[in-house]
Design a protein around this ligand. Structure first.
Ligand code: NOJ
Length: 565
């Protein structure tokens, strides 16, 4: 026990020595840190209207500083009719009154800066709102706005007017909408209220680069670039091939192979130009996180174009029933395919478009993905609430507001709706979980808030919150920053991630992917010391932090994960 105490103190000291804030590191300041995504409508409501806002976020920034993340990424806060809750933008350079105003934003960034937090905004370049003044002028064919969107006459089939091709919207049905006034169809890859912008217009390209400048001048540290793979479409507007027998509803865009609406090579050139624009402005390196759910080779190309392509392996490729082999395959796939050079890996734990980590993987595995994101090299990207193990909230059809759910109708909405992962943050056990003073919130509060909330976790020794704080601190160890990485399959559906650096004790993460307790000789499998110390465990594993373990005869509890040093 004496030795364990000494070791803990030693580790604590290492963490302190290494804890110089990310803000002081030149170059890729995001390296080996956690980025925290805030969904502004659901983080904290400061004015009692039941919707989160900027002043609410500002009030709660201490929470981010407390858990130790380097960066806050805000989902869209710009003027919007809220058809897609901010991803339909009517003014790219002003704040929506629901969230506040530019002064509030200034206060937010000033406080973030004082807490040494970087601020990243969502940049939504693929489409605007149909209420954007550009769209009005485009309808009226006023130059150069006439070409800001993708317009087509459509075609006549047996004397009836039809859309030009079979392209489909991500929110069900045709991607084309007829506009009576202009007498043409316009393309919308998402809701009807989200017309697609035309990147073949030089004037539009310039407008969007100016948007980046506007926000960088207001002190932001980079952008998460929404739906970047969709910026260009085939100029000939050819039909996309139909995938037979998908089993999906006929209105689902998953029935098409998106060879003409996604991943066109021109996309990378635009990203390069944005990298250049932001670099030319000086004032420190800016992060450009790209959102593209695509193949590995096409994802990796974003690195060389100046982006940090978000890694959705934990979301798209893995589930709670994935095996050790599946995890190893997915992690290796990323690490082995990154381009050579000084590029940084990243691991997305969750976001506002996908079910919560604790619900995708099961509550017993709520910490598993963050533990992986911490021990694996590079950046961890976590969605607000995942650090306390928040779960999806059941949302009825009548409560459904997400266009992806609403457009699917009452029978299918639950397959598509993103509302369950977007419900308000659970701060405490007071009214509306401390999110709002109102008991009418824009989405319902999860009924589990009385027991699952931040305040309670802060008062309990073992909690997701306490685990997450330790994970963020771990990122600062030199062995995590610079060590080699091995993922080693062990018996009985377990594996170990081993980080090693000469003359430093290794860090290992052990995960039991099965739901029964498993015995392993981790020392032999991983070529690790016979005795190691517990740094942290997933909630549910009852081995105290600091315990010295003989890992030649280790028992890993069902669904348990342990980090040993
Ligand atoms: C991706 C965003 O994350 C999602 O929430 C949004 O609906 C679409 N892009 C359209 O902007």
């Amino acid at each position: 026990m004496q030795r364990a105490l000494k070791l803990s103190l030693f580790l604590f000291a290492i963490v302190l020595v290494n804890s110089s804030p990310a803000a002081d590191v030149p170059g890729d300041w995001w390296r080996d840190t956690f980025i925290y995504q805030i969904y502004p409508r659901s983080f904290k409501d400061s004015n009692g209207d039941g919707i989160g806002d900027l002043n609410g976020i500002t009030d709660k920034l201490e929470h981010l500083a407390d858990i130790g993340v380097s960066t806050v990424w805000l989902s869209p806060i710009f003027v919007s009719p809220m058809v897609d809750f901010g991803y339909d933008i009517a003014n790219f350079t002003d704040i929506d009154p629901i969230f506040g105003n530019l002064k509030d934003f200034e206060r937010l960034t000033a406080k973030a800066k004082s807490l040494r937090l970087k601020v990243v905004l969502d940049f939504v370049p693929n489409h605007s709102s149909d209420k954007h003044p550009w769209f009005r002028k485009s309808i009226q064919r006023i130059k150069p706005y006439d070409e800001y969107y993708v317009w087509s006459d459509g075609k006549l089939v047996n004397g009836t007017r039809q859309p030009p091709n079979n392209w489909m919207s991500g929110f069900q049905g045709s991607a084309w909408e007829w506009n009576v006034e202009r007498g043409q169809y316009y393309l919308h890859q998402f809701a009807i209220g989200q017309p697609d912008l035309n990147y073949r217009s030089a004037a539009l390209m310039k407008e969007m680069a100016d948007v980046l400048t506007f926000w960088i001048d207001r002190g932001v540290d980079g952008f998460r670039i929404d739906a970047v793979a969709l910026l260009f479409e085939d100029a000939q507007l050819r039909d996309e091939p139909v995938i037979p027998n998908t089993g999906l509803p006929p209105t689902d865009s998953g029935n098409l192979e998106h060879i003409y609406t996604r991943d066109l090579p021109e996309v990378y050139g635009v990203l390069k130009s944005w990298r250049q624009s932001v670099d030319n402005l000086g004032g420190g390196k800016k992060i450009l996180l790209t959102e593209a759910y695509t193949t590995i080779p096409l994802t990796m190309k974003y690195y060389e174009a100046g982006g940090l392509p978000m890694n959705f392996m934990f979301i798209s490729n893995l589930t709670g029933s994935s095996k050790n082999t599946d995890f190893k395959k997915s992690i290796d796939l990323w690490l082995n395919n990154m381009p050579h050079g000084d590029y940084v890996a990243n691991w997305v734990v969750g976001n506002h478009d996908n079910h919560r980590a604790a619900s995708r993987f099961g509550v017993n595995r709520a910490d598993q993905l963050s533990m992986l994101a911490a021990v694996l090299p590079g950046v961890g990207i976590i969605y607000n609430g995942d650090e306390i193990g928040m779960e999806d909230t059941p949302v009825t059809w009548n409560q459904t507001v997400d266009p992806a759910g609403c457009n699917a109708g009452p029978d299918k909405y639950s397959q598509y709706s993103r509302d369950p992962e977007r419900t308000p943050y659970q701060w405490d056990d007071t009214i509306s979980a401390g999110f709002s003073t109102s008991n009418r919130t824009w989405l319902p509060i999860n009924p589990n808030y009385k027991s699952l909330n931040l305040r309670r976790q802060k008062m309990t020794g073992t909690s997701h919150y306490a685990v997450f704080k330790k994970l963020v601190a771990l990122k600062k160890l030199s062995v995590i920053k610079n060590g080699t990485t091995q993922i080693i399959l062990m018996e009985n559906n377990t594996f170990g991630v081993v980080r090693r650096l000469p003359d430093v004790s290794p860090v290992i993460l052990l995960i039991n992917f099965s739901d029964v307790s498993v015995g392993v000789d981790a020392s032999t499998w991983l070529n690790a010391p016979e005795e190691m110390t517990v740094y942290v465990t997933s909630v549910g594993v009852t081995i105290p932090i600091g315990t010295r373990l003989n890992i030649t005869v280790l028992r890993i509890p069902p669904a348990g994960s342990l980090i040993l040093v």
